[in-house]
Design a protein around this ligand. Structure first.
Ligand SMILES: Nc1ncnc2c1ncn2[C@@H]1O[C@H](COP(=O)(O)OP(=O)(O)O)[C@@H](O)[C@H]1O
Ligand SMILES: [Mg+2]
Length: 317
C-alpha cells in the first residue's frame, strides 16, 4: 500500500488550470520534496492531498482511502499539517496553544512535554505566541502538526523566510522525524532543502511535474551540461545585442540568462570535450566587447540548473 497515490489529478480555478495532470506514488516512510517556484501549484496540490480542497478531476488516495465523509475522521488522525502560514492566538502561550490542540486529539500531557522538548521550545513554553520569532513560530506550527503522532506529515514551505540558522534547526527536526519512519511531504523552492532532506524529488512548474526521481537520478538524467557564469559590470544594450547574436549562433548552448540587471550571464553548456575552447572563446568575446569580467564560475549542474534547463525559469523567481 502506498502512503499516497494520485492518478490524473487536475485542478481548475475558473478558466485556469492550476494542476494539469499529476501522478504520484509515494511509498510509506519516504521523505518527498515538491520543488518549484511561486505559483507552480505546490500549495494547491498539498491542500488536495490534505483533503482541504477537492480535485476537479482524478483520484487521490491516502493510505488507500479516498477523502469522503466516511473516511474523514480516520484520515485526519493519520495526517499532520503545517500550512504555509499559521496564525496563532496572540495572547496564548506556547504551552497553552499545545494544550488546546492536544485536547482536540486527546493527547497526553507527557506527549505534549515530549513534543516541546523535540521542537526545542522548552525556553519558550510560557511565552505568548505574538512574541515568538519566525523560526520559533514555525517550530510551534510543526509541534502542533505532530502532536497526535500522525503517520503522514504535510509541510508547506516550512522554512520560507527563515534565516539560515532557523532553517537549519527545522532541518534537524525533520531529519529526526524522518528517522522515525514518518512519511513526509514537503514543498519548497529551496534547492538545498530538497537536496539535503529528501529521498525523492518532484520538480513542479505551472501545474505540471517536469521531472521526478532521486537527486542523483534527476541530475544524471537531465543534468548533462556544465554551467558557466560570467559576472561583469553592467553592460549596455549594444553589447548585449552582440552577445545575444553570438548566443543564438551557438549550437552547444542549452539555455542562457542575463541576471542581476545585466551584471552577468549564466550559460548552460552541453557536456562536451571542447568546453575549454568555448570558455576561451567567450572570454575573448567579452574582452573584444570591452566587458570587464569581475568573476567567473564553472560548475556541474545542480537542481536549479536542471529547472532552468527544463523550464527556462528560476526556482526562486
Ligand atoms: N483559490 C484560487 N482561485 C484562483 N486561483 C488560485 C487559487 N488558488 C491558487 N490559485 C492559482 O493557482 C496557481 C498555483 O498556486 P499555488 O498552489 O498557491 O502555488 P505555489 O504554492 O506553488 O506558490 C497560482 O497561479 C495561483 O494564483
Ligand atoms: Mg504555496
Amino acid at each position: 500500500m502506498y502512503a499516497i497515490e494520485v492518478i490524473g489529478l487536475k485542478k481548475q480555478f475558473g478558466n485556469f488550470w492550476a494542476l494539469k495532470e499529476i501522478h504520484l506514488k509515494i511509498p510509506r516512510g519516504s521523505f518527498i520534496s515538491i520543488l518549484g517556484p511561486n505559483g507552480a501549484g505546490k500549495t494547491t496540490l498539498l491542500e488536495i492531498l490534505e483533503g482541504l480542497q477537492k480535485p476537479t478531476e482524478g483520484m487521490v488516495k491516502i493510505l488507500d482511502k479516498e477523502w469522503n465523509e466516511q473516511n474523514e475522521v480516520y484520515l485526519k488522525h493519520k495526517i499532520g499539517l503545517c500550512l504555509q502560514e499559521t496564525r496563532f492566538i496572540d495572547k496564548l502561550s506556547v504551552k497553552e496553544i499545545l494544550n488546546v490542540f492536544g485536547s482536540i486529539y486527546n493527547v497526553s500531557s507527557d506527549r505534549i512535554k515530549e513534543v516541546i522538548s523535540l521542537l526545542n521550545l522548552e525556553d519558550k513554553q510560557n511565552t505568548y505566541t505574538e512574541h515568538l520569532s519566525g523560526g520559533q513560530k514555525q517550530r510551534l506550527a510543526l509541534a502542533i502538526s505532530i502532536l497526535h503522532e500522525p503517520e503522514i506529515l504535510f509541510l508547506d514551505e516550512p522554512t520560507t523566510g527563515l534565516d539560515p540558522e532557523a532553517r537549519k534547526n527545522i532541518w534537524d527536526i525533520l531529519l529526526h522525524l524522518k528517522e522515525k519512519n514518518k512519511t513526509i511531504i514537503l514543498t519548497t523552492h529551496y534547492m538545498e532543502e530538497a537536496e539535503f532532506l529528501s529521498d525523492y524529488i518532484y520538480l513542479i512548474n505551472q501545474g505540471t511535474i517536469v521531472a521526478e526521481g532521486t537527486l542523483n537520478y534527476i541530475l544524471q538524467q537531465y543534468g548533462k551540461f556544465i554551467t558557466l557564469v560570467f559576472h561583469f559590470d553592467t553592460i549596455n544594450q549594444k553589447q548585449k545585442q552582440t552577445l545575444l547574436k553570438k548566443i543564438h549562433k551557438e549550437k552547444d548552448f542549452y539555455q542562457y540568462e542575463f541576471f542581476n540587471h545585466n551584471k552577468g550571464i549564466k550559460i548552460l553548456l552541453k557536456e562536451k570535450n571542447h568546453f575549454i575552447q568555448i570558455i576561451e572563446k567567450w572570454i575573448q568575446l567579452l574582452k573584444q566587447l570591452k566587458i570587464k569580467i569581475s568573476d567567473f564560475e564553472i560548475h556541474k549542474s545542480n537542481l536549479n540548473d536542471v529547472f532552468l534547463f527544463l523550464t527556462g525559469k528560476h526556482l526562486n523567481e
